[in-house]
Design a protein around this ligand. Structure first.
Ligand code: NAD
Length: 338
């Protein structure tokens, strides 16, 4: 098999940080080019080979990093060609809550730039392309429980609109050009390595920091708001599994529903209390409540399970325990080692 050369866009973000590490393990440091519009996390080697400093709150990263704005199509084309890229994980995007503050820019970054990149990659013979979608493609007319793979799609945010349009273009590129784009509709992602980037499910990460640092959290969603979520190790495995599956197994060419956890803020707070008994939570819903209310509470992911063998590993209890352990190590290393 020829050596893969992989480009990750938006690689400095929540998913990109963890995914890049997993890709480097699979393909070797030299063969994974991580890019972002913002400067690298400390200790990435940049093109000049200089290494930054490590710190307590950012995971130590090794490997190749380049600064790259996905709106700069010409530079994107040069990078794909210069590095002889064979696979792209296109993570760069503006997320649901932030997107509502800048709708036109969000459409431009999330859809127009993705379309340009589909074209550049197709023309230059990139073999596989990963395009993450989201539960934000669903809307108020979508069944809320066990949301089916094929259902009503009337997103309420510009983020959801842009990702839905991207899904349809992905399917079009497969049918018209056999350009192999694979996609997953991610639920909210929970991780301890990097802070989330302005989504509606961010509370499910913030709450852990608050539990450890303050013992108290004010949640921006109501206590009974059930949303689908996934723990980062499961999310990363899903990306690798779908990209490593044979092309003929990928039958959904828009984007796969993916399920793992489904819980409310009150349930998560109860689970955290099994580890931090004095933890307190109160609720001050803001504009993100309306977005959350338009999303499903749980997802039917049988197509992903049947087509490429998706199976999550973490339940609510396992995820909570692992988050608390790792965040304690990161935020209070002295306490953990003493
Ligand atoms: P994030 O906000 O943490 O990371 C996105 C990265 O994209 C950031 O590092 C940002 O600097 C970069 N970026 C933004 N504009 C750019 C530009 N013009 N050029 C280059 N880079 C740019 O987001 P994430 O949570 O890591 O999400 C990654 C992908 O997964 C996104 O496409 C997102 O839509 C999707 N997704 C995430 C979640 C979640 O809960 N985190 C859920 C569903 C889907």
């Amino acid at each position: 098999m020829p050596q893969e050369r992989i480009l990750v866009t938006g690689g400095g973000g929540q998913i990109g940080t963890a995914l890049s590490a997993a890709l480097r393990k699979q393909h070797g440091d030299r063969n994974v080019i991580v890019s972002d519009i913002k400067p690298p996390a400390p200790a990435y080697s940049t093109q000049s080979g200089r290494e930054g400093l490590n710190n307590k709150t950012t995971p130590r990263q090794k490997g190749r990093f380049i600064m790259l704005d996905i709106l700069n199509t010409q530079r994107m084309a040069e990078v794909i060609s210069d590095y002889k890229i064979t696979q792209v994980y296109h993570l760069a995007a503006i997320l649901s809550a932030t997107g509502e503050w800048m709708p036109e820019k969000t459409w431009n970054v999330n859809l127009n730039a993705a379309l340009q990149l589909f074209d550049v990659c197709r023309e230059q013979g990139v073999r596989k392309f990963f395009f993450p979608s989201t539960i934000a493609v669903f809307g108020n007319s979508t069944p809320k429980a066990h949301t089916p793979q094929h259902t009503s799609l009337e997103p309420t945010t510009v983020y959801g609109m842009s990702k839905l349009a991207g899904e349809l273009w992905a399917q079009y590129y497969w049918k018209r050009y056999q350009f192999d784009i694979r996609s997953i509709r991610f639920p909210g992602i929970i991780s301890y390595e990097t802070l989330p980037g302005g989504g509606t499910t961010d509370y499910a990460v913030d709450i852990f920091y608050a539990a450890i640092e303050k013992g108290h959290y004010t949640c921006f969603l109501k206590e009974d708001t059930y949303l689908p979520m996934i723990y980062m190790p499961d999310a990363i495995r899903s990306c690798l599994d779908i990209m490593n599956a044979p092309a003929e197994d990928i039958k959904v060419r828009t984007s796969y529903n993916l399920a793992s956890l489904s819980f409310s803020p009150a349930e998560l707070a109860r689970e955290i209390r099994t580890i931090v008994p004095d933890f307190e939570i109160d609720y001050a819903p803001d504009f993100r409540q309306e977005i959350a209310d338009s999303w499903p509470s749980s997802i039917d992911d049988s197509a992903a399970r049947n087509d490429w063998g998706w199976q999550p590993a973490f339940d609510l209890e396992g995820m909570t325990r692992d988050m608390m352990q790792n965040l304690n190590k990161k935020l209070l290393p002295e306490a953990v080692s003493s």
